[in-house]
Design a protein around this ligand. Sequence first.
Ligand code: ATP
Length: 255
Amino acid sequence: MLLETEKLSRVYGGVVAVNEVDFRVQEGLITGLIGPNGAGKTTLFNNMTGLDTPTNGKVLFEGKDITGKKANEICRLGIARTFQNIRLFKEMSVVENVMIGRHFKVGDKNKGRFLQSVKSYFFMKNEEKTIYNKALEYLDFFGLADLRNEDAKALPYGHQRELEIARAMATEPKLLFLDEPAAGMNPQETEHLMEMISRIRSLGVSVVLIEHDMKLVMNICDEITVLNFGNKIASGTPNAIKHDPVVIEAYLGSE
Ligand code: ATP
């Protein structure tokens, strides 16, 4: 197992947001995390990525206990994530957003200075050029390289979402958590996103995906875990999940 939780619980006051969940992520796969609103999906993400600390239970990554570690430590170990709401540096350019992810990977020595010089490649130090060129590779992967000098806020919505994924990829994760990446996307944007996530898997990066778009989930996930009221109610292949009466009752409905 690349990542697993052992009886992970998170309680807020009287609310049991996640209840003794054993969640497993196998290396090289796309794992879906689905369930109704308020089921505990984002809470589980937050507790695996250091944004929150479990009330009980453990998180193991590559066999090591990472429970309670800070978000930046966890990122350095090789886990990157995106958020339900877009969190770009909107006043900065597209390439600068990805360079920030890259800087996180290589260290912060030049922070601040490189951002001022980004518009004049000629004057950049070699180290900064390497970061810039690497950032361009990630943009190119998503088909965004031509937009590198645009302000992030000027991009269409679907591109902004993919830019966030590009920034996360620039930290060179082993495991990428995506929290509702298709939310608000039109069908063409969703189609492109689906291709991108499959290509990320083919690079050897494992993916965990929270998503309400069932077409996307059923098409690209290798494994799916279902939460309901904080409890894990099922896990298995898309086909098994689709036909599981407990999941149909709690979430999918019968069509
Ligand atoms: P959605 O699909 O709507 O994003 P979700 O499955 O991600 O839902 P969570 O956001 O994890 O669900 O919420 C699980 C439960 O925990 C909800 O009842 C929510 O109100 C509660 N909760 C989450 N965060 C907090 C918090 N910081 N304080 C108190 N309650 C919280």
